[in-house]
Design a protein around this ligand. Structure first.
Ligand code: XIL
Length: 382
């Protein structure tokens, strides 16, 4: 974050003032952070105003968000996080660089804060991620001596065993491998695959299989996902993801599902994209896999009222596409407030920079409240 400037501090102070004024003025009923005990969900519906979290419960759908440990001390941030969402995913803290900054040093403190917060508020935790080409520490990217595949193999095996092992029973699902494919469906060339790789260069998805097997050994109960962007509709990348998934399911490789990131703009909200998304979910579901929307955000052209309506429609249509298929078990956004979105000028999330609910929020809530013709969804427990 660009932090520290007068400007940012000004926003922070005025947010706090506004929040207090609203709360004390009785305009806003803060539901409070519930769940005094571990594993407790929010209070039964009817006990407070409906939130995305409680409304989604009746569909057996999890509502998730990425979150950042630095912001937990900010009251509106933590209140919204705990009341509106049932899944928390660390936005950066569990990535290889932040969590394993030196060969023999792990930094679990920030992740622990998020995990403790989630469990204290009856939320599930999604781990993100174990194998990715980005946000790697210097010691991996620029070693004093070039890595051998055998050395890298051992490093990754130990890393996965250590991180998954530490959060065994606490992290319910992992993005084990993040963004392994190129848009044309080939495997991305990176340190883990072929530069020099962990010993499976040129062997297609063998590297992904290995990472899944290591994660499964460390926590046999955790759900394991491969997470991708640009593989939402029917295209070369999603075909490659599907081919991998089919092969893994056939051979009993421990894969629970596919994460579709869904960082989109309003242009995605067209019948052909939505049909493609539906078809793609359906073919993955037919393999017996879950599909999770893992990083949804919808960029607006600007903050205008027109853009906000376009954005609200896109959120509603994505949620609709998920609700219509029982294999779709999670609708998760990449953060929730525009204040901290990685899309810095995109107004991409359901709460604005002052934590006010946007049209996108209300569109999602009313979609969740209406049963439409999607019928009751059975609980999923794969
Ligand atoms: C992003 C974070 O949101 C940023 O804070 C960070 O600077 C870069 O990474 N796909 C992913 C996420 O899987 O991990 C990325 O998160 C966004 C794209």
């Amino acid at each position: 974050m660009a932090g520290g400037s007068q400007f940012l501090r000004g926003i922070f102070v005025s947010n706090r003032l506004m929040w207090c004024a609203l709360a004390f003025g009785g305009l806003l009923v803060l539901p409070g952070i519930r769940g005094s005990g571990k594993g407790m969900g929010p209070t039964p519906s009817g006990a407070g105003p409906q939130t995305l979290r409680t409304a989604a419960q009746s569909h057996h759908l999890l509502m998730g968000t990425a979150a950042d440990a630095d912001h937990l001390s900010e009251k509106p941030y933590s209140s919204i996080l705990a009341t509106e969402y049932s899944v928390l995913e660390p936005e950066n803290e569990m990535k290889f660089g932040p969590i394993h900054p030196e060969p023999t040093t792990y930094n679990f403190a920030d992740t622990d804060k998020l995990v403790d917060f989630a469990l204290a508020n009856g939320m599930k935790v999604r781990g993100h991620n174990l194998l990715w080409y980005s946000q790697l520490p210097v010691w991996i990217v620029s070693p004093a001596q070039p890595w051998t595949p055998a050395a890298l193999n051992k490093i990754l095996a130990d890393h996965i065993a250590t991180v998954v092992g530490r959060y065994k029973g606490k992290v319910y699902a992992w993005d084990v491998v993040n963004e392994p494919f190129n848009d044309n469906g080939s495997l991305r060339s990176d340190v883990w695959f072929d530069k020099p790789g962990i010993g499976f260069a040129g062997q297609g998805t063998r590297m992904i299989e290995q990472a899944l097997r290591w994660a499964h050994a460390a926590d046999p109960d955790a759900k394991l996902f491969v997470n991708e962007y640009g593989a939402e509709t029917m295209n070369a990348k999603s075909n490659a993801v599907y081919a991998m998934a089919k092969d893994f399911v056939r051979r009993g490789v421990p894969l629970s599902g596919i994460g579709l990131q869904l960082h989109i703009g309003p242009g995605f909200d067209q019948q052909d994209s939505l049909d493609g998304l539906t078809k793609n979910i359906r073919r993955l579901a037919a393999l017996g896999l879950e599909v999770q929307f893992t990083e949804v955000d919808v960029r607006e052209h600007d903050g205008s009222s027109f853009s906000q309506s376009e954005q609200a429609n896109a959120y509603k249509d994505l949620l609709d596409a998920c609700l219509r298929q029982t294999a779709c078990t999670l609708f998760q956004t990449w953060g929730f407030t525009d204040k901290y979105s990685w899309i810095s000028d995109g107004w991409a999330l359901p709460f604005d920079k002052n934590y006010r609910k946007k049209r996108a929020y209300f569109a999602m809530l009313s979609k969740l409240k209406s049963r439409g013709n999607d019928g009751p969804r059975p609980p999923h427990s794969r």
